[in-house]
Design a protein. Sequence first.
Length: 242
Amino acid sequence: MSRIPENLQGVHARIAAAAAKVSRHAQDISLLAVSKTFGADAVVEAVRAGVRHFGENYAQEALEKITEVRRLQKDGVPDSLQTAVLTWHFIGPVQSNKTRLLAASVDWVHSVDREKIAARLSEHRPAGMPPLNVCIQVNISGEASKSGALPDDVPALARAITTMSGLRLRGLMAIPQRADSVEAQRTPFRALHDLFALLQQQGVPVDTLSMGMSADLEAAIFEGATIVRVGSAIFGERDYGH
Ligand SMILES: *Cc1c(COP(=O)(O)O)cnc(C)c1O
């Protein structure tokens, strides 16, 4: 038996408890289920348990999974799966030779960290699709993955993205280094929130703070996260096959 439905209940309870602590509404925080390394079957189970937003961080894996889930939605017995409208988010490093594939297959990219990549995504977004939602990934605390724009470079990058017709700038994303205490976790999230507030003051229309994962979603919610990206707490520990 899969633990996905009960894991999801646990994650929703954590989101609700954290939101309540800072007098926020839980419905203002979207849950992005990070399905990387798990198959289409796990995605389908999560859909049946009510999840609509999925995150992937390898382009090829994302494309294959999206295609397979669509096939299962089309061919399966009529149930809630068939009518579910899913939103796919790319959250991994964007290689320039993958921008065409990504621009044609996902709804969001959270990990734009330079103008060249943004321009390519915009150029490759197919004309019949709505603009691709993007977040700027920020290297807020000597970011674990070492990717991300430097905070000082974010305002100019944000303004550049707002001029690109294939993109819609939504906000900021970060993956801070691990920290054990909630207080220590809050520091980089607060810095990302401050940068977000600065953009808003400058008149840049942003509405999304993508921050918080399985281990630190409470700290992120305390600091204003609007999307939390949760993998292992929903799907279980990942097995990278080595
Ligand atoms: C894998 C991943 C997550 C989810 O991490 P968990 O610790 O499993 O919740 C979130 N964001 C990004 C960018 C990831 O690559």
